[in-house]
Design a protein around this ligand. Structure first.
Ligand code: PLP
Length: 221
């Protein structure tokens, strides 16, 4: 199967849902992205700042770049001028740095709060309480160059589909609750980023608006 065909097949399965596909191109060469680009696809996800910045330089400028991996404050400056959406915001400190670099770049950067939903110690993310505290903090209110447009979550790495579905349902519930309770001009609950190669269909059924699919498109890493 070609990369373009894999993308077309996945997009077909998402037809009729409100879910869009992000092709996760981490570790894959720019030529693999170019192949998808030539087939008309524009939305790509990377988990490392340096890799994303290098690919941005090399590839056409109308690509939508999604940063999906853990982001260190000292690296924000390398992607602030061009990143489309940062999925992995997990602290107010990071958000303040994104705000600073966005202001320098003369733009507003859309971000998602990454919420911890897995039964694992290793995944990054905020608890629900931490997310609410962040959004209600006085400091957040001063960050005029960022917008929070939704939430991101990673389910447990398990074969237990019932557990994964439960984690997606929980994140969707929290998303809906924030949509109803947070009144702030720079907070809109529009995007729910959940689902990867193994579980994107389930995620779409549970209300995901952005699935992040890598190996099912580009093959094993
Ligand atoms: C790598 C990665 C993905 C894609 O994983 P696949 O299983 O290859 O689809 C999705 N989200 C994040 C945060 C990732 O790091």
């Amino acid at each position: 199967m070609s990369i373009a065909q894999n993308i077309a097949d996945i997009e077909k399965t998402l037809e009729g849902t409100s879910c869009r596909l992000i092709a996760v191109s981490k570790t894959k060469p720019a030529s693999a992205i170019a192949e998808a680009y030539e087939a008309g696809f524009r939305r790509f996800g990377e988990n490392k700042v340096q890799e994303m910045a290098d690919k941005y330089e090399e590839l056409p400028k109308d690509i939508e770049w999604h940063l999906i991996g853990h982001l260190q404050s000292n690296k924000v400056k390398y992607i602030a001028p061009f990143v489309s959406l940062i999925h992995s915001v997990d602290s107010l400190k990071l958000l303040a740095e994104i705000n600073k670099q966005a202001a320098k770049a003369g733009r507003q950067i859309p971000c998602l709060l990454q919420i911890f939903i897995a039964q694992e110690e290793t995944k990054f993310g905020l608890s629900e309480t931490e997310a609410i505290d962040l959004l209600q903090s006085a400091e957040f209110d001063t960050l005029e160059n960022i917008r929070i447009v939704g939430l991101m979550g990673m389910a447990s790495n398990t074969d237990n589909n019932a557990q994964i579905r439960q984690e997606f349902k929980g994140l969707k519930q929290f998303f809906d609750r924030l949509a109803q309770t947070i009144q702030h001009p720079r907070v809109q609950m529009q995007e729910l980023s959940m689902g990867m190669s193994g579980d994107y269909l389930m995620a779409a059924q549970e209300g995901s608006t952005l699935v992040r699919v890598g190996s099912a498109i580009f093959g094993h890493r």
